[in-house]
Design a protein around this ligand. Sequence first.
Ligand SMILES: [Fe+2]
Length: 334
Amino acid sequence: MTSGAARHTDIFGAVSLGYAVVASQRLTDWRRFGADALGLHVDELTTDTTRFRLDDHACRLLIQRGPSEDVTALGWQVDDQATVDVLLARVADAGLPVTEGSDEECAVRGVERLWRVPGPKGTATEIYTRATTSESPLRMLQDGFVTGAAGLGHVAITAQRPEQIRAYYASIFDARLSDWVHERIAGLPLRIRFLRVNERHHSVAIAGIHGLGVDPIRTAIQHLNTQVTTLDGMLAAYERVIDHGFRMQWSVGQHTNDRELSFYCVTPSGFEWELGWNPIVVTPEQELTWAPRTYDSISIWGHTPIGENVVTRLNNIRYAVRAARRGEPALPAF
Ligand SMILES: [Fe+2]
């Protein structure tokens, strides 16, 4: 049992994004996209299950056959059982249900044990302490990825009620505000807040359309970011994405806030993948004096929309209107 005091322990720095689970019917496309274009290590477990590795973890991205073409769960690795207990106490306080993952679910995700709670936009938040590592060497078209204590990368989420999602990550993971970007993107006045849970500048970005309360994106995340160790690795993947016929969304550019160089392309399930290089980290010294800033653009240079036209913009607006009618899955207590 976790005491009242323990649940107030600050767990900032003890949490990192571990894996993503995707439901898709397009496993062949995912294999080509992940392995041949981005350059990840692929393991095809069954005809319905494909896993990708970026490092020694057995699973960093799990594709399971299913109809939604969307991310269904985000796995978050925490340091130890004491941190799990703090998290579960907070989840209980928030009135959210917790279920334990089955042996089969744990095995396919490459974790020893997991606890599942409802997360933003209908996804599951899966909490675990230990990832299974793979003995077999990485076979991939990248020199490497930056993971470690900073985790897999980051996700960006669009929301009707961005404040609710901020409150979710702040109250469960002690996420801290890194900074804001206010900019018009695809014709929409976006306000994006960037939250960190460790030294990575942000593990979650949350975008809302100012003043409208609508969500222009069908999928649970707008993009998933992973970070390669070399600029050459990023640029070669850019070429391969185009050569293999996958859609590029934003050309290579550099972000204002975390200074990451990156490009964005479209995954077979419709959300985007940002492949980046060399973002800043928030060091323990910087952590002491960090003051969030507001930037008026998301990029210093580049990140030019590719293939965006009036149809893309109309689709965004059409989807936003439909989503507003349908409503967003609520997170009770946030
Ligand atoms: Fe990003």
